[in-house]
Each structure stands twice: as structure tokens, then as C-alpha cells.
Design a protein around this ligand. Structure first.
Ligand code: FAD
Ligand code: SIN
Length: 488
């Protein structure tokens, strides 16, 4: 991506005001879908070549509770799990901020059932399979039963609907460089685009929904600014600059910028160890029964703890590799039962050479013993010394040297930024006085404060759907009252 440039000439304005959505990931697509439902003209701007952002890569699923796809009694613990995961960042915040954080968590957890129903029942996305990810006390992360991984399935479905929608116009390779404000109100954006091979600056008038994602791919820029100690980690995110500063320029305030999630399992492709952007080993691989082994064959952690906990345990216990990047020597192992539950994911990882099919005997004597111990724990014959609460679809009971094993090398990766612009439960962006900036909303990873110290797996797609739709509704009613009622 080229660096942001200031316009050399007065920008060309397009004609009719529209609601402008910055970003075509799930947050932007959810907002645009909602706006078009209200018959509001929308322009989506995205600087990438192709739509979908990091959302299209999502591999484990979207949280919802309680839903009809879950089994057992109604799931009532999602709010508590989210607060526990948010940790001290949540509990130590001052009263007013604490209330805002509580409201945000209430909003995503209370609306999670509706978000899953919207995607499955209205949009037709298969979300019928449910797994338990780290830090969750119940299985509540929804994905399809085979077919595409959840990010591609959800984003693909929304995009298909928007592409044939007469209210929606989508411009790719259109990088927003400035948010336009008149008096106190946001009234449009400037963006740089390619016209006949030349960069041109244009502008569009209208209220703005910002859905430009996080900055975990901005490794040398915002990550090194806010967390210099994370320099040298690879990332799962596309390498692109964070766009939060554009909002700071017009008075937005940032929160939790140093809270960057390091996911414990990015694939370490032995053919390309120096790759700075890595494929993710979906947390669902552990959720469905997979375990983590050190190079001496030992387990070292409850694999279903929160990501911050697993990453911390891994970097303390595992052998550091002698590579340019900061990487460790850990094996992710699944039996046939766990692998079958994620068949389409596994086919992709095997095809890419990120995992291989082998035998338990191939892993060495210690690993064989440790896997038998784990199988006994799953069967209820032994207590897990690490306190793992669930075992997904692990089915192997009698571990033999020729029992099938699926293995891949994994290492921690920068994955998600919990920090971003301060916003409230109506998706309004707040200034340093805590006041909403009129004409501006934000949703998805560009926002901060919701997840505190650690985001639970599956809650990012959820926040995109929930707050993206709220932003769409809010911007629609603002457009109706400010633009259609004769203000412009
Ligand atoms: P994005 O999807 O990243 O979209 C932002 C878009 O904004 C991008 O297309 C970008 O090009 C565009 N943009 C940025 N700046 C500008 C600008 N200035 N002008 C114009 N356009 C701009 N979460 C889950 O809940 N469940 C999962 O299973 C899951 N799996 C994941 C797997 C991977 C490999 C990764 C990387 C993430 C995963 N996540 C998952 C996290 C989740 O996918 C993302 O955090 C979330 O989708 C972010 O969505 P978003 O819409 O906020 O941003
Ligand atoms: C994963 O598949 O492990 C990612 C899930 C998430 O980030 O929520």
C-alpha cells in the first residue's frame, strides 16, 4: 500500500450525499446491508484490491448464546465469560468508563442470539455447528457443517446481496485519507483512488460509518508504537496501516491501544519460516479436541484457556527457535475424531502442507505416553492436571504406535487489536469530553474498549455483526433527518 498523500488540488466532489461506509469487512458489510434495508444510498470505500478485509479469513466462527444450534440447557454465561476474559482492564476502570464497557458487553452478549439468527435465518449462512473455544464455559462458537470456513461463508453471502442491491455502490482501491468535518459534524470523506493509472483525490458528502478494522498487521507502524515489546512477532493480519489516526484527527479518542492479542497458534510453515504473515491454526482445532505438545512431547497448558494465558504459558515453556522472527517449537496434534469434525479446514491445511497425517509412534515415546494420558482424561479415567474443561470430538481411547495423528508446527502470532476509538452501545464515536461526534459511527475492530485485556475467540465476527447493524440503523435515521429533511 502506498503512503497516505495530501491532495495537490481541490478534491473532486461526487454529486448526491450518501452514507459512506469505510471498509468492506464484516462490520462495513453489516452496516451497508442494514442501510440498504432502510433504502438509504450507500457507498462503501475500501483501499484493498478485493473486499472482505480480515473478516473473510475468519476460521473458527461467530459466538451466539443461547441459540437453537447449542445443545443442553440455555447458555446464560456469555456475559460473565466476556467480563472474566476482559480482566483487569475492565475491573480497574473508573465508574463512567466501567459503565460504558459493561454496556458494550451487555450489547454484544444480549444481541448474539439475534446476530446468529440474522445470518443464518435471514441471510442463509449455515452456522449449525458449534465448538467451545478458549475462555468460554460453553460451546457457543458457530460455523457451518462443512463447506466454506465461517469468514468466507458470511462475508461472501453479504457481498453477494450487496452487489445486486441498487442502493449500494462499492469502490475498491479507494483509500480514505481524511474525514471531513464542518462545525462539529462529520460531513464526508476524502479518498485517494486510481484513475487511469494516476492517483486522484476525490470526496463524497454524507454521514460516515467507520469500519476500517484493526492494526495487528501494521507491525512496523502502530504495533511498534504502542507495543514495542511485540516487535518481531509474525501476524495473521494483512499488512496494512491502521486508520484510527484519521478519526483522532477529527476529535475521536483512543482507548486500550496497548492491548494487542497474540494468538498462540499461527502455523509455522517449515517451507517458509520467515513469512511475516502466517496462516492461522484455527482455535477450533483445539476446541474440537486438539492438544499442544512441546518438543519433548509434554503437554504444558489447558489448551482451552484464554489466548493470553495459552500464549504466556507457551512462550515460557517452549523452546525458542533460532529464526529472524520470534518463534517457538510447538506441535498441534489432533486425532481422527477431532480432525473429522473440521474436515474442510483439515483438507485445506493438509493441501497447504501446514499439517500432515502421520502416526502417534512417529512422535516419539514420551508423546505416545502423553497422548495416552490425554485419551484417559477424555475418557474420564484421570483428572487433567491442567484443568481442561472440554474435549470436543477427540475419540481415540487406546493409543497405539500406528494410531493416526494429524500434526502441524505452530507459533504465537499477532492477531487482534483490542484498542481503538472509544464508542458507545449506539456505535457513536466519542470525543475527549465523552460526547458523540455527530455524523460519525464506528463498528468492528477499529473500535476499542469492548474486549478489555483479551478478546474471546468468535467475538470479533459477533461485534462486527452487532455494532455494524446498529451503526447502519443509526446512520440511516440520521441521514433521513439531516439529509432527506432538506438540511443539505
Ligand atoms: P476488516 O475485516 O479487517 O475490514 C476492514 C477493511 O477496511 C479492510 O478491507 C481494509 O482494506 C479497509 N480499510 C482500512 N483502512 C482503510 C482506509 N483508510 N480507507 C479505505 N479502506 C480502509 N474473529 C472471530 O470472531 N471469529 C473467527 O473465527 C476469526 N478468525 C480469524 C482468522 C484470521 C486469520 C484473522 C486474521 C482474524 C480472525 N478473526 C476472527 C478476527 C476477525 O476476523 C476480525 O477481527 C474482524 O473480522 C474485523 O472485521 P472488521 O470489519 O472490523 O475489519
Ligand atoms: C481462530 O480461528 O482461532 C480465530 C478466532 C477468533 O479470532 O475469534
Amino acid at each position: 500500500m502506498s503512503a497516505s498523500t495530501c491532495p495537490a488540488t481541490a478534491p473532486l466532489a461526487t454529486t448526491q450525499p450518501r452514507v459512506i461506509v469505510v471498509g468492506s469487512g464484516l462490520a462495513g458489510l453489516s452496516a451497508a446491508t442494514q442501510l440498504s434495508k432502510h433504502s438509504i444510498p450507500v457507498t462503501i470505500l475500501d483501499c484493498a484490491d478485493r473486499p472482505g478485509g480480515n473478516s473473510i479469513k475468519a476460521s473458527s466462527g461467530i459466538n451466539g448464546a443461547p441459540t437453537r444450534f447449542q445443545t443442553g440447557p440455555d447458555d446464560t454465561t456469555f456475559y460473565d465469560d466476556t467480563v472474566r476474559s476482559a480482566g483487569a482492564t475492565f475491573t480497574s476502570s473508573q465508574a463512567e468508563e466501567r459503565e460504558r464497557r459493561e454496556n458494550l458487553i451487555q450489547t454484544i452478549t444480549n444481541r448474539s442470539k439475534g446476530a446468529v439468527e440474522w445470518l443464518s435465518d435471514e441471510m442463509g449462512v449455515d452456522l449449525s455447528k458449534v465448538a467451545q473455544l478458549g475462555g468460554h464455559s460453553r460451546a457457543r462458537t458457530h460455523r457451518g457443517n462443512g463447506g466454506k470456513p465461517p469468514g468466507a461463508a458470511i462475508v461472501g453471502t453479504l457481498l453477494e446481496g450487496l452487489k445486486k442491491n441498487p442502493f449500494v455502490d462499492m469502490k475498491m482501491k479507494a483509500r480514505v485519507t481524511k474525514v471531513l468535518k464542518e462545525a462539529k459534524e462529520v460531513v464526508g470523506v476524502e479518498y485517494v483512488t486510481d484513475v487511469d493509472g494516476k492517483e486522484q483525490t476525490k470526496s463524497i458528502q454524507g454521514p460516515v460509518v467507520f469500519a476500517s478494522g484493526g492494526f495487528a498487521g501494521d507491525v512496523r507502524g502502530m504495533v511498534s508504537k504502542y507495543r514495542p515489546d511485540l516487535t518481531g512477532f509474525p501476524s495473521t493480519n494483512e499488512a496494512r496501516a491502521g486508520s484510527q489516526p484519521l478519526l483522532v484527527d477529527i476529535g475521536a479518542k483512543l482507548v486500550d491501544m496497548d492491548q494487542i492479542q497474540v494468538h498462540p497458534t499461527g502455523f509455522l510453515d517449515t517451507k517458509d519460516e520467515s513469512a511475516t504473515v502466517k496462516f492461522l491454526a484455527a482455535e477450533a482445532l483445539r476446541g474440537e479436541g486438539g492438544i499442544l505438545l512441546l518438543n519433548n512431547g509434554q503437554r504444558f497448558v489447558n489448551e482451552l484457556q484464554t489466548r493470553d494465558h495459552v500464549t504466556d504459558a507457551l512462550t515460557k515453556a517452549a523452546t525458542k527457535l533460532d529464526t529472524d522472527l520470534r518463534q517457538w517449537d510447538v506441535t498441534l496434534l489432533l486425532d481422527e475424531g477431532a480432525a473429522a469434525a473440521l474436515d474442510s479446514h483439515m483438507q485445506f491445511y493438509l493441501w497447504k502442507g501446514l499439517m500432515k497425517k502421520t502416526t502417534m509412534g512417529d512422535l516419539g515415546e514420551t508423546a505416545l505416553e502423553i497422548v495416552q494420558e490425554y485419551a484417559d482424561i477424555v475418557a474420564g479415567k484421570k483428572e487433567d492436571p491442567f484443568g481442561r474443561p472440554a474435549f470436543g470430538n477427540w475419540s481415540l481411547t487406546d493409543v497405539q504406535a500406528d494410531s493416526v495423528a494429524y500434526v502441524g508446527k505452530v507459533t504465537p502470532v499477532l492477531h487482534f487489536t483490542m484498542g481503538g476509538v472509544i464508542f458507545n452501545d449506539e456505535s457513536e464515536v466519542l470525543d475527549d469530553q465523552g460526547q458523540a461526534i455527530p455524523g460519525l459511527w464506528a463498528a468492528g475492530e477499529v473500535t476499542g474498549g469492548l474486549h478489555g485485556h483479551n478478546r474471546l475467540g468468535g467475538s470479533s465476527l459477533l461485534e462486527c455483526a452487532v455494532f455494524g447493524r446498529i451503526a447502519g440503523d443509526q446512520a440511516a435515521s440520521f441521514y433521513q433527518s439531516h439529509y432527506l429533511a432538506g438540511k443539505v
